[in-house]
Design a protein around this ligand. Structure first.
Ligand SMILES: Cc1cc2nc3c(=O)[nH]c(=O)nc-3n(C[C@H](O)[C@H](O)[C@H](O)COP(=O)(O)O)c2cc1C
Length: 221
């Protein structure tokens, strides 16, 4: 049921500096789920690739860190990306934000290269895993909204979201809402889980799930 199309590639990006932290644990759980389902999945830590913010590219050359490798060789070819970030000040970590900002250096401007990049930025499946100390659901909403806007802008599908609570390294494992299991499921069915985002004219059945009983005509309002 959770089987992947074997050709689909999932990229898991971790935006915490803590290799043994909670975002990393959520990402690792998603990686295990994806691999168990037969997908090709890769987990990378953003700060292995990103050392600088987006500069004024008219005044400075692109930073000589490994962002281009990350963006061109890992992100663009991926069919889906799972962004894993700690909540820092009710937003994503600076590492994670820099991942989005630095893409400007590759898609901005005119010419065949930016056009090629924009075409490959579009149409991915996107997921989000956040780790925070606070349980308050509102703490994550700014990040959820930002990823949703990125998805809208790039014609991507924001297919799932997991929120794990913990503060000590790896403490999400003790979160009674079991976010590691949720992250593993998200990894497992990243490319197959149902995604819907209707417009008024979207044709659809009244039931959402196949298993739901079909109502008879008399039961319809
Ligand atoms: C700079 C900084 C800012 C933080 N801001 C928040 C916050 O606004 N809300 C929150 O719930 N936790 C906040 N935290 C706690 C982290 O989100 C929490 O420890 C999380 O589990 C860290 O994830 P990691 O282990 O992947 O680094 C903050 C931590 C740091 C270091």
């Amino acid at each position: 049921m959770n089987s992947h199309h074997p050709e689909k590639r999932l990229l898991i990006l971790v935006g915490s500096p803590r290799r043994d932290g909670n975002s990393a644990a959520l990402g690792a759980a998603a990686l295990r789920g994806a691999e168990a389902a037969g997908a090709s999945a890769t987990l990378l830590f953003l700060d292995d690739y990103i050392q600088e913010f987006l500069p004024d590219l008219r005044r400075k050359p692109a930073p000589s860190d490994r962002y281009a490798e990350l963006f061109l060789e890992h992100f663009l070819p991926a069919d889906g990306a799972l962004i894993c970030t700690p909540i820092y000040w009710y937003g994503m970590s600076a590492q994670t934000k820099a991942f989005f900002d630095r893409s400007f250096g590759h898609y901005a401007g005119a010419g065949p290269e930016p056009e090629r990049v924009k075409a490959r930025m579009a149409g991915k499946r996107l997921g989000l895993a956040v780790a925070s100390e606070e349980t308050y659901p509102g703490a994550a909403l700014g990040i959820v909204h930002q990823v949703q806007e990125y998805a809208r802008y790039t014609h991507s599908d924001f297919v799932g979201y997991v929120h794990g609570v913990g503060n000590l390294r790896g403490e999400v494992e003790a979160d009674p809402w079991q976010p590691l299991e949720a992250a593993a499921r998200l990894g497992a069915d990243f490319f197959t889980r149902k995604y819907s985002d209707y417009r008024i004219e979207t044709p659809r059945a009244r039931n959402v799930w196949e298993s739901a009983e079909q109502p008879t005509a008399r039961e319809r309002p």
